[in-house]
Design a protein around this ligand. Sequence first.
Ligand SMILES: NC(=O)c1ccc[n+]([C@@H]2O[C@H](COP(=O)([O-])OP(=O)(O)OC[C@H]3O[C@@H](n4cnc5c(N)ncnc54)[C@H](O)[C@@H]3O)[C@@H](O)[C@H]2O)c1
Length: 249
Amino acid sequence: MENKIAVITGSTSGIGEDIAIKFASIGYKVVVVGRNKEKGNRIVDTIKEKGEEAIFLKADVSQSDECENLFKTVLETYGTVDILVNNAGIMRNLPIVDMKETDWDKVLDINLKSYFLCCREAIKIMKEKGYGRIINISSRGWLGGTAQSNYAASKGGIVSLTRSLALETARMGITVNCVAPGMIDTPLHRQSTEEEVSFRMDSQPMGKVGTPRQVTNIVEYFADEENWFTTGQVLYVCGGMSVLASLSS
Ligand SMILES: NC(=O)c1ccc[n+]([C@@H]2O[C@H](COP(=O)([O-])OP(=O)(O)OC[C@H]3O[C@@H](n4cnc5c(N)ncnc54)[C@H](O)[C@@H]3O)[C@@H](O)[C@H]2O)c1
């Protein structure tokens, strides 16, 4: 892992924060990316206190100029990018008839467009060096969910983006894979109403939510240099919920 540079979007809380902390602990140099400087610096301090390496770079990854600046700064700081984890995401669950155009656009911009923008910048660098690992965080919700048409569409788009980029980069030494979590205990999950959670619990075979570390462990697998023959895949981390497909949101 030594000297490998990992850029993790939306890593100022939840799953992204856990990936940043675990990656730093196994020797990656971590770039924590988010919009909140205070939260980002807190995570970097936690990592550095253990003698590990991380920096915080502020960026709204749904904006192309901010993505370009982000990767430019990473290049200036570390000279390369080895791993990109696209993880930034939001939810705005609403029945379609109540969904405003802005609710659709915001979710698609952050959850899908930012993945395209960051992949584009990262692949420019990875292609040159003939090496890269891209891991996109989708969701089990891409299979479909009530009042989640914007979220499900964005997460399904991530699956298609991953599969297409896996083919496009297959001869460049780059792998592109996708993790599709189910209910994971994070600030985003805690936004759901009790009613929504109990509805989803009804179709949760294990009857409990997962921890961020369950997702991190799979991201770590896809990021590993040794795992070069796995690309274009979607791996569910959802306690078996995907087996029941799209019964509920
Ligand atoms: N928690 C779950 O149950 C669950 C389930 C399936 C998928 N996911 C996905 O996992 C990912 C992480 O979510 P989480 O549960 O840790 O939630 P979270 O809210 O804790 O983390 C999301 C992070 O993305 C950041 N972010 C949002 N918009 C951004 C932007 N424009 N630019 C930069 N950063 C931005 C937020 O600030 C936050 O740090 C998301 O893509 C989410 O859709 C989560």
